[in-house]
Design a protein around this ligand. Structure first.
Ligand code: RAT
Ligand code: ZN
Length: 419
């Protein structure tokens, strides 16, 4: 269609918006992907796709396999069971199942064949490096932010080499161990590295040492942000180790180095430990703690995503009060079409274009393809609806204005927030 400079009709709008969103390069601000030097930490291929923990949770609902029997299987056996149970004996219509089908299709594989052997041989014929290019090309993702745990014995040595390879992979300093397991594991780990800290963390000396640890990792990783996942009953102010870490270590360092603090609130870890990584749940948080944190630390920048649907509207209202808050993504159990659509509409209606509507949370490289294909379509539909209501009363829009808006949503807002 020949689109005039000023877009005036619904058809013109649909054409332009789909084209602009499809061509838009994406910065994916939260993933669990790794660049090639991290070796086995970078997951990709059909067996990894099929054994994604979202699908592991689903297979136990349909198969009689016991937990111990499943965990005793090799990865290939687990993938076989999941394929047979969730794709052959039942139709793969859950979002996590559908994602596998979208991905295979986008990679040019014949999904009508249902031939797992054929899919396996496709992946056997490629290398991680080539596959990164294929996936980034197909999903139009130009940058991904990893999740980097300085306490991970597989990861930390790679950072210490100073060569983390492909610059399309950027770092995020993940602090779950430091914050959520300080007394159980972190403090001893820190002592082992020569930091003079005790288990209570209540002295100026200890705070200084934790700050020294954070500074060292900020210098090593150059992270886009520091991040933590928190339970729904997270409280601030807090008179325990968490509160002392926040007030005396993390918030000052976050300000000093201009590295925002990302809070991912609402996860109940190990609701069913038998499911291992698939065993976490969700709960509604009391967001007055978040309000206090934002109000009392207005010179700090916070990125926030929440795991409970019930909290999403309230979060948007908080976003209207605090410019030091950037709301991002539809996290984990929120990353389903019906919820993405609802949350995106809610956010845009309350906050306009000042949000980061989505991240992928991809754990397996291939997932960038389906997670972004599915989300891109939903975000486009919401935007069409919103622009259309303007056009209907005579407002005119140009393609370049739409390009500006879309660029902000898929990368620009993140970069501007960091500056
Ligand atoms: O979505 C997921 O894969 C979860 O297991 C978590 O990793 C979550 O996104 C997190 O970052 O804690
Ligand atoms: Zn995650």
């Amino acid at each position: 269609m020949n689109v005039p400079k000023h877009i005036k009709t619904a058809d013109q709008l649909n054409t332009v918006l789909s084209e602009v969103v499809d061509n838009q390069k994406i910065t994916d601000i939260h993933t669990h992907l790794f660049s090639p030097p991290f070796g086995e930490l970078l997951l990709w291929g059909i067996d990894e796709l099929l054994t994604y923990h979202y699908l592991i949770a689903e297979v136990f609902r349909k198969s009689d396999v016991s937990y111990p029997a499943f965990w005793a299987m090799t990865k290939t056996e687990q993938a076989d069971l999941i394929w047979q149970t969730l794709f052959i004996e039942n139709s793969p219509i859950s979002e996590a199942c559908r994602g596998v089908i979208t991905t295979l299709d986008e990679l040019g594989l014949d999904v009508s064949s249902r031939d797992l052997k054929d899919y396996r041989s496709y992946f056997a014929d490629t290398t991680a490096e080539d596959f990164i290019d294929t996936v980034f090309g197909s999903s139009n993702v130009s940058k991904v932010v990893m999740t980097n745990d300085p306490f991970d014995p597989l990861e930390a040595p790679v950072w210490e080499t100073g060569d983390v390879g492909d610059t399309r992979f950027e770092a995020a300093l993940r602090m779950d161990v430091l914050i959520n397991s300080y007394q159980e594991t972190a403090f001893e780990h820190l002592r082992g590295l020569g930091y003079d800290v005790d288990s209570n963390l209540s002295t100026e000396k200890g705070y200084k040492e934790v700050r020294r640890f954070l500074e060292a990792w900020i210098q090593r990783m150059n992270p886009k942000y520091m991040a933590v996942s928190l339970p729904p009953d997270f409280k601030y102010p807090h008179d325990g180790v968490l509160g002392r870490l926040f007030d005396n270590c993390i918030l000052p360092i976050s300000r000093e180095f201009n590295v925002p603090f990302a809070l991912m609130i609402g996860v109940k870890r190990a609701v069913n430990p038998e499911l291992r990584m698939a065993g976490d749940g969700t709960g509604k948080a009391d967001l007055s703690s978040l309000e206090t944190l934002l109000r009392e630390n207005q010179n700090n920048k916070f990125l926030v995503t929440l795991l409970s649907r019930e909290n999403q509207h309230e979060l948007c209202v908080i976003g209207r009060k605090f410019k030091n808050l950037m709301i991002f993504g539809c996290w984990w159990f929120m990353n389903n079409p019906s919820i993405i659509e609802e949350i995106t509409r809610e956010r845009i209606e309350l906050l306009g274009l000042s949000v980061i509507p989505q991240h992928s949370d991809a754990r397996i490289l291939d997932q960038l393809i389906y997670k972004w294909k599915h989300s891109r379509k939903i975000i486009t539909d919401v935007l069409v609806e919103k622009y259309q209501s303007l056009i209907e009363v005579g407002w005119t829009l140009t393609k370049s204005e739409i390009e500006r808006d879309v660029d902000n949503l898929f990368g620009g807002n993140f970069e501007q927030f960091l500056n």
